[in-house]
Ligand binder design. Structure first.
Ligand code: ZN
Length: 467
């Protein structure tokens, strides 16, 4: 289990009185899901924000009686669910969606994805992050872990848009993969952006993949993460081929190889983890390593179903990830929750798995724990940062909304709602989406820039392709 006192220290610690004398907002009349304890739903609930901090959560009358509610800006959220901002624990910014479908994983990587990496420029990479972060915020995601390239540009985009971002450069050093990031460029980003934007933006150490990185690269990456007191992120055990190849090359399964190479621990997050045996699950649990589960990607690339129930039962923290825009093809974590639930149900043939509250937990408080942010965010609790999302439940697809013993709000969020139902988003108390409209970017210009950057990327890729 990830240690809540994780060594990933962060200046955004939720202690200290940053809120005194700041603007206050009273979000009221909502179905509030604080996610601070199991299955807690406040019908007719309020959340009081002061500056960047949550100062009160409870029934409307109780919070209205709090002296700090006097004079607050009132946001009436009747008919809405209010929940903590969602955490996307595995994302790759990009501009490739829909361009290479129905291919095998390695064919897809070698024929389409890697040539696009060769053609990528820092300017195109930044525009890709802008689009992906803007899309994320509009769909209720307040925190992303993005594994991408040329990430000083991603840092600037995250700072401008206002979401929380953990930046993880893709590092690879095996011959033939020299167009990825290097330990030197990862170090440079750590030096410039170990934390930025008041702690909202952080840099971790990233390793692309077991087959793309030498043993020395793993050792140096672990040492660099320790030196900067930061986290480490990589992929593993996504396809069966990868497990077979690991056994052939090293006589060990991938998680065993990673353990031997010294990268597992409470500050390490591994994406996918589809093909794990019981011993590998034990290794993850005993080392406190966390997992980013990417159900859409696992289904779309025919990777297989991760053993989410076994991982969480063993005490491994599991967050949700969209994976890249090209593997999904959207960054809608409300939809990801539905797919996560359905994949568990169909792969285990057990309809009691994939409970809505369990997947809500993974998308919120457990996702924050995966990212070492649970002291700061992930639940609606006094003292935590004001990362809050409102979801409109007044659509035909979310009707009826029932109360008390018949409550269906959690099920609506997971199975019926989508990111398009998100109306309001706050990060650090800043209202990034106000009744459906973004306040820090213009959708039309993000779209125009992404269109132009993608056309440039594909032209560059064609020019680089042999023949
Ligand atoms: Zn990935």
């Amino acid at each position: 289990m990830s240690d809540p006192t994780s060594p990933v220290s962060d200046p955004t610690s939720a202690t200290g009185d940053r809120s005194a004398g700041r603007d206050r907002s009273l979000l009221r009349g909502a179905f509030v899901l604080p996610m601070d304890r199991p299955r807690r739903l406040i019908e007719g609930g309020s959340v009081l924000l002061e500056g960047d901090t949550i100062v009160a959560v409870g029934p409307d009358e109780e919070v209205a009686a709090d002296a700090r509610s006097a004079g607050a800006t009132v946001v009436d959220l009747a008919g809405h669910a209010v929940l903590p901002g969602l955490h996307n624990c595995h994302l790759h910014s990009g501009l490739l969606r829909g361009t290479a479908e129905s291919l095998s994983l390695w064919d897809w990587l070698e024929t389409y994805v890697d040539p696009a990496h060769r053609a990528l420029t820092p300017e195109i990479a930044a525009v890709a992050s802008r689009q992906c972060y803007a899309e994320s915020v509009l769909a209720g995601t307040t925190s992303v872990m993005d594994m991408w390239r040329h990430m000083a540009g991603s840092a600037a985009e995250a700072e401008a848009i206002g979401l929380r971002a953990t930046l993880v450069p893709y590092v690879a050093d095996v011959e033939g993969y020299d167009y990825f990031e290097t330990l030197a460029t990862n170090r440079a980003l750590l030096e410039s952006h170990r934390t930025a934007a008041g702690g909202r933006v952080r840099t971790w150490v990233g390793l692309e993949h077991l087959m793309y990185c030498t043993p020395g690269c793993f050792a140096d990456a672990a040492a660099m993460a320790a030196e900067f007191d930061t986290g480490l992120h990589t992929h593993s055990s996504e396809s069966l081929w990868e497990v077979q190849e690991s056994l052939k090359r090293w006589g060990r399964r991938p998680i065993e190889v990673m353990y031997e190479r010294g990268i597992l621990g409470p500050s390490t997050v591994i994406a996918h983890c589809v093909w794990l045996d019981d011993r590998e699950i034990r290794i993850l649990a005993e080392t406190g390593t966390s997992v980013a589960h990417c159900p859409c990607s696992n289904m779309k690339l025919s990777s297989g179903p991760a053993r989410v129930g076994a991982l969480r039962a063993a005490g491994v923290a599991v967050g949700l990830g969209s994976d890249g825009e090209k593997e999904n093809n959207n960054l809608d974590l409300l939809e990801e929750m539905k797919v996560a639930s359905l994949l568990q149900k169909v792969s285990t043939l057990d309809p009691t798995t994939g409970d809505p509250w369990d997947v809500l937990t993974m998308a919120t408080v457990e996702g924050a724990r995966v990212l070492g942010l649970d002291a700061v965010t992930g639940s609606l609790e006094p003292g935590k940062r004001a990362d809050v999302v409102a979801v409109d439940l007044r659509g035909l697809h979310t009707t009826p909304v029932l109360r008390g013993a018949d409550s269906n709000v959690a099920a609506h969020l997971v199975f019926a709602a989508s990111g398009r139902d998100v109306t309001d988003v706050w990060v650090d108390g800043v209202r990034l989406v106000d009744t459906g409209r973004p306040t820090t970017f213009d959708v039309a210009s993000v779209r125009a820039d992404a269109q132009a950057a993608a056309e440039e990327l594909f032209a560059r890729r064609a020019a680089l392709s042999p023949g």
